[in-house]
Ligand binder design. Structure first.
Ligand code: SAM
Ligand code: SF4
Length: 453
């Protein structure tokens, strides 16, 4: 009998990378590799990388440098750098990690099998950072997917055409391309048939889904997906404020399967900086979009991304960012300190902000946001929320004890995306329960089942 072969996949970065890693895992599964979480057991190691900020990129080099450096101990471990850093650096990766076997760009996953076979048979290094117009379509393979997940990501489009001046995505993920609706629907039907009850649709700007290909609009795609009986909830990320249409607002308002949660990255509260970022909207236009959204969908939970320390950002610009955050009161905020990226035009802009100032601004912003995150969580106390059960809680409840008897501590999310922990028995993943929210913590809620099945 052939000895078992194991593959270890380390994913850095966004939800889209998590989704891509599942595809990589499916290809490797079809080649006979079993998934392992034990690096020492691995015969093949893939690091699926992110280059959005320098820190993420360095994490990938550090991990693979160590793994490829150990090759001498276990001679034929195949080591692969995949994803955005691979696409960005190409052959240069080998200068930093000479023992690495493969550099696999973001559009080359369909070639993985051929390349692994080439490395195995001829022991040659492979670099594939070619551009492939065709999107790699691969149906979910539940023999390689992490089991028992009621909620999954589905990438509906790849690449980006927006060219924000700070961002590396258009250079490492290519031009915007949308998947065919029928392929997306088929994938989600397979997920639904295997116990998935919630999907999060992914794209860099989901609002422009299908526009180039003239297949259907994003709200039309949402409508089609909502007709799949097994799927009870639909989320999506990321929305771009310049393309966030009224039709989408009405779809969120009228279609009960579309969750009351929108992630709408603003990036700065200063219109002057937004212009330099090439975002395509003013701060006032952003606020107007939010006003319209809140008018039509009063319960909507809003989150955003913010960059501080963009080149030439003054104290006044930063104050405008703080003012916007106080004005809007987001439920959650992902704030980043600006990081120079190769190819991105802003790396050549004058007025670089020193590291200390960037960190001070970031901390100040996060501190202010914390108060709003807590306030939004606190406002849930006393309400009965529909919660989709996603699994057992990782952390035991803080404070007055654990679940008693044969109850288990479970975790799930409200329609608005807030994490809820609660005790329950005889429930299955994917169930939707009514939970009475009793306590709010900084990043989660605690409650009890108010409507036993
Ligand atoms: N496409 C989405 C959008 O336009 O909002 C987000 C894409 S990006 C993967 C996620 C976030 O990373 C961005 O919204 C931005 O806040 C942040 N980001 C991108 N480039 C950055 C950079 N050079 N420095 C710091 N943060 C950055
Ligand atoms: Fe990057 Fe802008 Fe595209 Fe988002 S919209 S991926 S920030 S270029």
């Amino acid at each position: 009998m052939k000895p078992r072969q194991y593959a270890y996949i380390y994913t850095i970065g966004c939800q889209m990378n998590t989704y891509d890693s599942e595809k990589i895992s499916a290809v490797l599964g079809s080649m006979g590799y079993e998934k392992t979480y034990d690096l020492d057991l691995a015969d093949l190691v893939v690091c699926n990388t992110c280059s959005i900020r320098k820190k993420a990129q360095e994490k990938a080099f550090s991990f693979l440098g160590k793994v490829a450096g150990r090759k001498n101990n276990k001679k034929d471990v195949i080591t692969i750098m995949a994803g955005c850093v691979a696409q960005q650096e190409g052959e240069n990766v080998f200068k930093r990690i000479p023992n690495l076997d493969m550099v696999l760009g973001t559009q080359a996953f369909s070639q993985l099998k051929t390349h692994v076979n080439a490395v195995r048979s001829s022991k040659t290094r492979v670099t594939d950072i070619g551009e492939h117009e065709q999107i790699f379509e691969l149906m979910p393979d539940f023999s390689t997917l992490e089991k028992d997940k009621a909620s999954r990501f589905v990438t509906i489009m790849q690449g980006c055409d927006n060219y924000c001046t700070y961002c590396v995505v258009p250079y490492v993920r290519g031009r915007e391309r949308s998947r065919k609706p029928e392929n997306i629907i088929r994938e989600i039907e397979v997920l639904g048939d295997n116990g998935v009850r919630e999907v999060t649709l992914l794209g860099q700007n989901v609002n422009s889904y299908g526009k180039k290909e003239k297949v259907c609009s994003f709200p039309e795609l949402l409508e089609k997906i909502s007709r799949i009986d097994t799927i009870k909830r639909i989320r999506f990320a990321t929305s771009h404020p310049k393309d966030f249409s009224d039709d989408l607002i009405y779809a969120i308002r009228d279609n009960e399967k579309i969750c009351s949660q929108v992630h709408l990255p603003v990036q700065s509260g200063s219109t002057r900086i937004l212009k330099k970022m090439n975002r395509g909207y003013t701060c006032q236009e952003y606020v107007k979009r939010i006003e319209k959204l809140r008018k039509e969908c009063p319960d909507i939970a809003l989150s955003s991304d913010m960059i501080v320390g963009f080149p030439s950002e003054t104290e006044t610009d930063f104050q405008q960012t703080l003012d916007l955050v106080k004005d809007i009161e987001f439920d959650g905020l992902f704030a980043f300190s600006y990081s120079h990226r190769p190819n991105a035009p802003a790396s050549k802009f004058s007025g670089e902000i020193d590291q200390n100032t960037k960190m001070a601004r970031l901390n100040h912003l996060l501190e202010i946001q914390e108060t709003f995150t807590s306030k939004k969580n606190q406002a849930c106390v006393g309400r009965c929320e529909s919660v989709l059960v996603e699994g057992r809680s990782l952390k035991q409840r803080k404070g007055n004890g654990q679940c008693i008897g044969d109850m288990h501590q479970m975790t799930g999310r409200t329609d608005s995306g807030k994490i809820v922990h609660f005790c329950a028995k005889d429930i299955s993943l994917g169930d939707i329960l009514e939970i009475n929210i009793e306590q709010a913590y900084p990043h989660s809620l605690w409650g009890s089942v108010c409507d036993e099945k």
